[in-house]
Structures are given as structure tokens and as C-alpha cells.
Design a protein around this ligand. Sequence first.
Ligand SMILES: [Zn+2]
Length: 139
Amino acid sequence: MNKENNLMIDIRLKNQNVFMGLALHIFHIRLIEIICWINRTFDFILLTETFRHQTHSNDLHGTKPVRAIDIRAWAYQNPIIVVRAINKKFIYDSERPWKKVAVYHQNNQKDPKANPKTGIGYHLHIQVHPNTRERMNGE
Ligand SMILES: [Zn+2]
């Protein structure tokens, strides 16, 4: 058995809805691998959104397989470090380098400029594409 895969995993779930979204749907393999990497690198991960019915076209939380999850940003001392580490390790799609695997959403309900598509609250949106992979040296 691969030693890395035998490590204790600490995945916390915000509520039963998040658990059901996780248990009842198929997730993209790249997303599962990245969740495991985050767990190994930052000790734990708290999921606040898994599958949901699409709230807008191209909502990756509602695709088959599911290609996005949200994790609680303020569970980490410095969420920006987590975002940078994920995007340094993984490339979303080399044909569209401006697209990122980890996106930090800091939506305030009272902010008129807040993007209603991304949900309320401070969270890290983790998304994958079939082209998502680890970066090669120097990439
Ligand atoms: Zn999201």
C-alpha cells in the first residue's frame, strides 16, 4: 500500500447538506487528489459546499462529475498562503493560464459589487478542469 494514501485524513463538513452532496455524487478525480493534497499539506480541510444544483450556467458545483468544492478560508491562519500554495502546485488549464484552481472569494452580503454567483462569505473555491495537473519544474 502507498504510505501517503494510508495517512490519517481530516475532512470536516459544515453540515448534513454538505455531507449528502459529497456522499451522493461523483467527483472529478483531479478534485479528489487536490483535496487529499490540501489535507496533507495543511493538516485538515473544512468543506462548506460540495455538490449543489447549478445556480448559474457553468456552475462547476453542479457538473457531472462535480468539479468544484468550497472550503472555509478562515479555518486557516492565513488563507492567502493556502491559495498561493495550491496554485503554485497545480495548474488549472495550461491553455488558459489566467484560470486558477484556488480562488479566494471574500463576498460581503452588503457589498453591492459582490458577485452573487460565488456565494456569500469568505471561502476558497477549488475547481478543476480535465486538463488540471501538477505543475512541472519552473512552469
Ligand atoms: Zn465554489
